[in-house]
Ligand binder design. Structure first.
Ligand code: KG4
Ligand code: ZN
Length: 356
């Protein structure tokens, strides 16, 4: 009863999530409404559709999390909500709801950075001390940073164009994988992982980008282009319509996944060497944390293991449920900030969301 309780709310993209956590990271109750199937049918996220679905579900999702945890709002220590980055229209729904909620119940408000939450989730599951290296890969982001404290990140690299999840989703859409019997309910990344299992990754030798760039940034647009060119060529050779390729879909999936994995691994290797050269990680059990939706991919995990084993780092990756967006990671970020007394606002402060 003396433990502080935090309600976390997430609406930055296409998941409406809420959860109540205690200070030890015990999940007392959670609820998650995914819009994925709707967006799959539309062939991508339409912001106004996402906004409308958040609006329709936020009240129920928060109610469910509170009821499942058996916690009355009066017992909460604070409410934590994602305010950046993400889709403006989606963020707005979570923020608007939260500001009304904290005013009604007179609770402190903790604005949360979505990527900070992805990076810290691992600490809810096991003790991981700062500093550690973190690679975050999702539908909207890819970044490498040294997590030096709860609100202290040294950014080493980020994507210069699109994110790895976005690239996998676009390739999947170009191949119409949603029409494949095994893939009809899978996200693009999941579909590619599944089909790649029966594919030959060497059949299409795609180039890994940025081989000569001496930083830790990422670029995925070039990979996407190379894959599209191959698809167009194959369609032309077989004289078939766009999106009806069947013959080498597994090989294309395997080669795409391998190239994305290889790019992530090479940039991460650079980051590890940079950290070592500059004493940014502890000598004793240095750690790489891998998270974000794309980190659910077992092949990508395996390729990164090769890098961490070769450089003497420990690879930690939350289970897929905690790699993708949810309310739990936001509540946990709230717990971490409450413990440090950082970024906690009174209920009547007006907060803005920031898409970037
Ligand atoms: O973190 P997340 O749930 O939402 C964002 O913040 O973007 O990540 C969603 C992304 C999607 O692009 C999806 O295709 C990708 O993660 N993803 C995967 C896998 N599962 C989800 N990519 C590769 N392999 C997977 N198994
Ligand atoms: Zn995310």
């Amino acid at each position: 009863p003396c433990s502080r309780l935090v309600l976390g709310i997430e609406t930055s993209c296409d998941e409406t999530g809420a959860a109540v956590l205690d200070e030890a990271g015990e999940i007392l109750g959670e609820s998650l409404h995914s819009q994925k199937e709707v967006h799959l049918r539309f062939g991508g996220i339409i912001p106004t559709v996402a906004q409308q679905l958040h609006r329709e579900n936020i009240e129920r999702v928060v109610q469910e999390a509170l009821e499942r945890s058996n916690v009355d709002p009066s017992l909460l220590s604070a409410v934590a909500t994602t305010v950046k980055p993400g889709l403006g229209l989606s963020l707005g729904i979570g923020l608007e709801f939260s500001q009304r909620f904290v005013r009604q119940h007179n609770k402190p408000f903790i604005p949360i950075h979505h990527m900070e939450a992805h990076a810290l989730t691992v600490r809810m599951l096991q003790p991981v001390a700062f500093p550690f290296l973190v690679l975050l890969v999702s539908g909207g982001h890819s970044l490498l940073a040294v997590a030096q404290g709860v609100d202290d990140f040294l950014l080493l690299g980020h994507t210069l164009d699109e994110a790895p999840g976005d690239t996998l989703d676009k390739v999947a859409r170009r191949l119409s994988l949603i029409k494949h019997p095994q893939c009809s309910t899978l996200s693009g990344g999941q579909a590619i992982e599944l089909l790649a299992k029966d594919g030959d990754r060497m059949r299409f030798p795609f180039r890994t980008p940025m081989g000569r760039t001496s930083d830790c940034c990422f670029s995925f647009a070039g990979i996407q282009n190379q894959v599209k060119m191959v698809i167009i060529k194959q369609e032309a050779e077989e004289g078939i319509e766009q999106g009806t390729l069947l013959s080498c879909v597994n090989d294309i999936a395997a080669a795409t996944q391998h190239t994305v994995a290889s790019h992530l691994a090479k940039r991460t290797h650079r980051a590890i060497l940079f950290c070592k050269a500059n004493g940014l990680l502890p000598l004793n059990s240095p750690t790489l944390v891998l998270s974000g939706g794309v980190a659910s991919n077992q092949y990508i995990r395996k390729v990164l293991t090769i890098i961490t084993e070769a450089t003497g780092l420990h690879l930690l990756c939350p289970p897929p449920k905690f790699c993708t967006d949810n309310g739990v990671m936001i509540a946990w970020n709230g717990v971490e900030r409450l413990r440090e007394g950082k970024g906690i606002l009174p209920p009547d402060v007006d907060v803005c969301y920031e898409p970037k």
